[in-house]
Design a protein around this ligand. Structure first.
Ligand SMILES: Cc1cc2nc3c(=O)[nH]c(=O)nc-3n(C[C@H](O)[C@H](O)[C@H](O)COP(=O)(O)OP(=O)(O)OC[C@H]3O[C@@H](n4cnc5c(N)ncnc54)[C@H](O)[C@@H]3O)c2cc1C
Length: 264
């Protein structure tokens, strides 16, 4: 690990004011510290967000579940508010990594990191969530821009994410068994403007499977999702699974998500 300065401000304004040059925010450290230890990442200054109270917590606001950026995966998984309003989101959080990762990792850290196989991006896109920062509100559909890339500017701080409550939803993940990241993960949401199917793990960034959405808007059944044969264009191929395998798994996971959303 390279040397760095460490700051732990108690106020959001102090955190953003401290961000100069080669600085990085530190949330749960589950991705950043690992990368720094391996010297795959470095920073002159780490700004620990852990003492800023306003970044924690979960509440309902005008039909949306609002979750603070520093809220841990284990807190989302256990939240009565989330369990009641969007149980699929609580299930997603409860299936991230292992207990230690869930006790340390945060919503804001996960989406800022934008790992192509991370779980939350699929929920953000399928539910039409909004990412709140210290500067603006970013529609979830515009937030993830590539492999480990987001629409955030340098120093822009995620403060919260608001997730509109859908009619029905489910998240089904085919896990990479060693890491538990998604080899293919599908978040399905039945919303006021139709069915949204967002896929993680299968391309460089989360995307919507519009062919499956069309099939489910015509017939909301597991069979309709499973019958869709997706093209392999742009789908990842690696030692864990070929593009053909992943494309087939998207339809299978979508079918399982429909069944789960119907309580089957
Ligand atoms: C063994 C293991 C298994 C895992 N399995 C899964 C899995 O199954 N599914 C899954 O989705 N994830 C998984 N993860 C990743 C996990 O969810 C991490 O918690 C997450 O990627 C990073 O969150 P963090 O809070 O630890 O962020 P950090 O590591 O502290 O930060 C990550 C990045 O986000 C930036 N950042 C942090 N907070 C903010 C903010 N508020 N505003 C702007 N930028 C910010 C940091 O500067 C850094 O660049 C796994 C991790 C490990 C180690």
């Amino acid at each position: 690990m390279y040397t760095f300065d460490y700051k732990r401000p108690a106020a959001q304004a102090d955190a953003t004011a401290a961000f100069h040059g080669d600085a990085r925010y530190l949330a749960g450290g589950q991705s950043l510290i690992q990368a720094m230890k391996l010297r795959m990442s470095s920073a002159e200054t780490l700004i620990d967000l852990g003492a800023i109270e306003g970044l924690h917590g979960i509440h309902l606001d005008h039909g949306a579940v609002v979750i603070g950026a520093m809220t841990k995966h284990s807190e989302v998984a256990a939240s009565d508010v989330v369990r009641k309003a969007i149980p699929a989101l609580a299930d997603l959080a409860g299936g991230i990594g292992d207990q230690m990762v869930r006790n340390q990792g945060t919503l804001g850290g996960s989406i800022a990191n934008a790992d192509p196989a991370a779980c939350y991006p699929s929920a953000i896109v399928a539910l039409g969530a909004t990412v709140h920062t210290n500067q603006r509100k970013i529609p979830g559909a515009d937030f993830f821009t590539g492999i480990y890339e987001t629409a955030l500017h340098a120093g822009e701080l995620i403060t919260a994410v608001s997730f509109p409550v859908p009619k029905r939803a489910a998240y089904v993940k085919f896990k990479q068994p060693a890491s538990r990241f998604a080899l293919v993960g599908v978040f399905l949401a039945q919303t006021a403007d139709g069915v949204h199917v967002a896929v993680t793990g299968a391309k460089g960034s989360v995307f919507r499977a519009t062919q499956i959405e069309a099939a489910l808007n015509a017939s909301y059944t597991p069979e309709a999702a499973k019958a869709v044969h997706l093209p392999t264009d742009g789908i990842n191929s690696d030692l864990h699974g070929t593009a053909e395998y992943r494309a087939a798994m998207i339809s299978v996971m979508a079918g399982r998500a429909v069944a789960a959303s119907l309580g089957h």
